[in-house]
Design a protein around this ligand. Sequence first.
Ligand code: ZN
Length: 253
Amino acid sequence: MPLHQTTAFILRTYPLSEAHKICVLLTRSSGLIRGVAHGARKMKSRFGASLEPFTEVSLTYHEKEGRELVNISNCEILHSYFHYTSKTENAAALSYLTELLCEFSPAHETNEKLYRLVIAIMEAMAKQSNLDSLLRYFEVWLLKISGFFPDLNKCISCNSEIAQSSGVWLAPDGAPQCYGCSGGRGITISSELKRSFEAMLRNNPANFAEQNSPTEHLNAIGDIAYRLIRRTLERDLLSYNLMNQVQAEIKLI
Ligand SMILES: [Zn+2]
């Protein structure tokens, strides 16, 4: 049984019989893994609070040949976001992040950029309240890291560079086109909106959130990012609709 040590974020846990839990984790060294935490449901569990969602832990686990589930032997808390997740809108946002991570991270595949994105987004979320900016940042970067975000500076049809002062049009499959090739059809990304996307790709999440992008830009970015996500996954995400409902209700209060 090979022994592995790495850092990881807890994404989800499920009960397994009366005493154990199944955990879904995003690890630094092996991407997404599923494992059993023996005794984690007992009152005096050695895992304590380390299995709360989005806790970053120092993880030790054993892999059994031919089995998908690993055996989690130790979890030490490195960073806890328990306080942050106690707010309803934050918890709803993190469920959405979890569903995205589970869908976009192939199992047992290292993805250092993705792991670093989760660290940066959690640190930024815990420090500031600009949740919309940070969610949009995460969606766009997740698509980019996974190879599903288009290059907004090049027309895919005529291969020409698209000037900074020009808009770009996305075909239904997300392919970017210049005005001449698209005939103005498709999703319009104005030059101003293109600059907001570029600001996102140039900055870390905390810096991007501090820029307080206009709400209409964030809404447009969210709309485009979610279209690309839905097209990539070929389905809607339950947690996305739930998160939007929670946010709408909070705005009414
Ligand atoms: Zn073109």
